[in-house]
Design a protein around this ligand. Sequence first.
Ligand code: GTP
Length: 362
Amino acid sequence: MKTVLVGVGQAGGKIATALSEFDAQMGFNSVIDAVAINTAKTDLSSLPIETVLIGQSQVSGHGVGGDNELGAEVMQSDIQEVMGTLSSKIHANAESIVVIAGLGGGSGSGGAPVLVHELKKVYDVPIYALGVLPGKDEGTMYAVNAGRSLKTLAREADSLMLLDNDAWKASGESVSEGYNAINKNIARRFGLLFAAGEATEGVGESVVDTSEVINTLRSGGISALGYASSPAAEDPAENINVVMSAARNALLTGSSVPGATDADSALLVIAGEPKRISRKGVEKARRWLEDETGSMQVRGGDFPVKSDRIAALILLGGIERSNRVNQFIERARQAAKEQKEEDKKKVDQKSLFQNDELENLF
Ligand SMILES: Nc1nc2c(ncn2[C@@H]2O[C@H](COP(=O)(O)OP(=O)(O)OP(=O)(O)O)[C@@H](O)[C@H]2O)c(=O)[nH]1
């Protein structure tokens, strides 16, 4: 899927960079170009991709400090400049545009939904969002921001590909220590998804096509991506369980939204050397995926790559009724309530000083 990446905010810019570097390193050529947009000048200066600084008149290049309403406002006021830069990158060969953002902050969380809305008005290709949910150890503000942004992005984008920041970090690392590792994991997994259908190592009837990715995401709403790999034998007859266990691990332990298995649609991509891939294993894994997701729309295909491993990539479309997403929405709702109570307390404390019963000294 030939894609233009647009990172908004700090996390968005870093992830867009990691994805375009992975794509170049692998020689996939599925990333056409990548652009980073932010309100913070210093976050942009270290990025090797084209950048656009927005909100200069409002925040003078210093970021919006987690205020996602302000993030949305500055994106809206500078939208002409942003769309102008993007129009020089989005050529006729683009098959999708992916807007990437951390949902817990201000610039990305607020700016990404506004940008997706504008892009949808202008372009016919699907506009996807790749949104990063804050980790559990991040504060109330992050959860509130992410809840509002998630809701709006799921409405505006053709699909919101969701990633929980706790999903792909190595154990023992705090979220901030692990950003680089997480970004590399995101780049590898989503990079493979974008490249599925761009496969160069041979074409056969079982090879996955870009249209399968687009059709799986067509149900809209929220989507998730799972990935896992296992060492494979040379003889495909020995790889029935290898394919099966890669698929199981991709869904049950390697998902970008852990615990989300109920879905409207699914795509199972098996990556590996064609001569090692067991057809029986693929059929078995597809049937298993139908049972696990409760979806009758399970697509599949191979992604031929030179490797002594077999990997499974599972894309789930329409996961919003799954428990994990509902749990997050509940947490965001609770956090919004706590934030309102906290704000009310501050107002009450301020009004103590305006109390007439307590006279000023002079
Ligand atoms: N995966 C990942 N998440 C990140 C990274 N940097 C920040 N985050 C997460 O993204 C959220 C914060 O978003 P940022 O992108 O830092 O904020 P911003 O959009 O630049 O907004 P402001 O800083 O408020 O202007 C938090 O939930 C962080 O955990 C990163 O490099 N990788």
